[in-house]
Ligand binder design. Sequence first.
Ligand code: CP
Ligand code: NVA
Length: 308
Amino acid sequence: MNHFLDIHKTSAEDLRAMIDSAKSVKSARAGLPKAAPDQDLPLKDRMVALIFEKPSTRTRVSFDVGVRQMGGQTMVLSGTDMQLGHGESIADTARVLSRYVDMIMIRTFEETTLLELAEHASVPVINGLTNRTHPCQIMADIQTFEEHRGSIKGKKVVWCGDGNNVCASFLHAAGQFGFDLTFTGPEPLDPEAEFVDLARANGSTVEIIRDPIEAVQGADLVVADTWVSMHDSQTTKERRHNQLRGYQVNDALMSHAKDDALFMHCLPAHREEEATSSVMDGKHSVIFDEAENRLHAQKAVMRWCMQG
Ligand code: CP
Ligand code: NVA
């Protein structure tokens, strides 16, 4: 049984195989209606629980549609409606759910919730975002980059803004897929040193450059995300805006990246804050391909989990 907990906890070979599988299943489905089943029905007769302790549009819908395309059924659960949100232990929740379902995807706050669920579940557990990481997003992003520009190995990715959970998974992926990452943002919002060190230990060049114009020079991919994440207190909002205003991805900033640089954002976005609509809807942007590829990449992740 394979859990998909984080990019750095999965072998580079398996990650590569998942991206390749996502691309080929996507192309085999080209032109099919959204609810048409995949030919081999890898989740036939399988039940998958999708647990959300935070809001979601993409993760929720892409997992639900993906499971159905693979022949399985889903149960979407809100953390607050479960006993989990009212004092039942995570370990007991894991043991009980494992008697009913074949796989669990959870979006939660604390990473410890995810890890404890995986420790006590006897079925695969998938990380659908925690305060610290968002690995499914980055699988979709790697697929998207490669569909547009070929292998991401050796490319320069620039993260602009808050060194948050999505940035952390990009750092994990840098080590596993062999690309370099430059972070540009204010020092208090630097990514966790542990993640930076891990990427460097795995052979990636990771740079932290305060000047965004200098940072995006030679970028193959520029990435932005919300300045205030779901787990951040709303009282930080004004401070964050003051800290990050200079890191907005706009046309002027993109003009310093490579001419054929891509722009990504995991969405949801606050348009005209972390990125302007002129960039989000402009020639560099692949944001809706990213959103679509959540579906294809996660199907590959689920297939891998069940094969294990
Ligand atoms: N990108 C992403 O995970 O979106 P949702 O919060 O809508 O799931
Ligand atoms: N960093 C964002 C990502 C949302 C998909 C958050 O955690 O809210």
